[in-house]
Design a protein around this ligand. Sequence first.
Ligand code: FAD
Length: 457
Amino acid sequence: MKHDVLIVGGGVSGTALLYVLSKYSDIRSIGIIEKYEDFGLVNSASTMNSQTLHFGDIETNYTLEKAKKVKKSADMVKRYLETEKARNSTEKLFIKVSKMVLAVGKEQVDTLRERYISFGPLFPNLRMIEKEEIGRIEPRIMTGRDPDQELLALVTGDGYTVDFGRLSHSFVENARRIRPDLSVHLSTKVIKIKKTGDSYTLITDKGEFEASAVVVATGSHSLKIAKSLGYGKNFSILSMSGSFYRGPKVLNGKVYTMQIAKLPFAAIHGDPEVHDENITRFGPTAKPIFFLERYNYSTFWEYWKTFGFSLKPILSILNITFDKVIFNYLIKNVIYDIPAIGKRSFLKEVRKIVPDIKLNEIKFAKRVGGTRPQIINNATRKLEMGEAKILGEKIIFNITPSPGASTCIGNAFEDTLKVMDFLDNKYSFDRYRFEKDLILPADTVPVTAKRTVKIKI
Ligand SMILES: Cc1cc2nc3c(=O)[nH]c(=O)nc-3n(C[C@H](O)[C@H](O)[C@H](O)COP(=O)(O)OP(=O)(O)OC[C@H]3O[C@@H](n4cnc5c(N)ncnc54)[C@H](O)[C@@H]3O)c2cc1C
């Protein structure tokens, strides 16, 4: 059977698109293909990422422009989560905790104070707090700290800690409830995509599928597939795995640290586990690996194929790592993953958040943490800051490092508009209903009222 649209990849990106197309469009035949036996098992699994719904309020490496864009998408996920909670309160998709970014020392404090001037108006629930209130919300930040050390924090009650794997399931369940005829194929691996006349043939290990339009949402694999069709030739991937250390509950909510602006990864932070608030997770580290998928050693060659066998990506890597800041950061992060010495070295970072934490309180979390496909642009020889979308002829490829899970619905919205176009506008997309359901009427709440919101601990 020929599909109107086929989605490849059943992580949070692919399933969000399945949901948006099923609920808000009248496209007749929609399908999804996922190579594993279930949805959300790779980077979207709760064990693989930091479980944070990123809005751009406490991510100090985001520009204001980036924060505005991420916030718009994250608000959609927030709206979806809150609606699902009201509809089905027994399924725990998320927990809500306090969330702060902590500046330590004069230089960071000055930077954060300055940042609040431009970011504050975009995030009315974000408040600037001093030592006393920091200590009330997160006592362990103050215990054992040098009383002369300068501290400042931005805090909000909107600390959404999300199980993005479960969210993928929720998208599929809701899509299937609305459209029981969806064509869903688990345990089916796409081996090759071929353009055949006006449509695409997807060759899988379970047979062939045909579609008029295709959206590839397979994380770092998306670039490999794009390249096989002649797209994205100027890009390579730096696969940045992230590991975590676990400890007992030493924090009530999420505590982020200040990030260096030129790095596209979140700085080390402490977070409660979504399904067990008695565990605090610290991380993620950022170590380059030569696999498209972490813990999947068969993706070694696929990684190099995607990287490209030419001088260009090598020159890009050299250019990127010759930057002193990036080089030092990478070396430090490689050390964090080395047994024995890694833990001691990582502890220094954790102590910036919890000064009196003991070495035996934290433990390396085995097989926790996926890998972020950071895009290398071989034309500029630079690292791109976030997600990438490659547009082809009636085909889209999504490559999704962090905050790809937070932007899943916003990304699905963009793809939906493109897909409608790919299908010659034969079908319609109910944009009004989409916006009514998923775009928060935030501007209708008076700013002064929102600024007085207190953090609940
Ligand atoms: C350490 C770390 C921390 C992070 N923290 C956050 C965070 O706090 N907040 C946030 O928003 N984001 C975070 N991210 C990023 C986030 O996890 C990803 O952006 C997001 O999960 C991407 O979802 P996806 O659906 O695009 O990819 P994935 O979840 O990787 O899904 C891709 C799917 O495609 C399937 N697939 C691959 N190849 C094929 C094929 N050939 N045929 C069929 N199926 C295929 C895979 O099996 C997989 O299910 C983090 C990532 C890491 C690694």
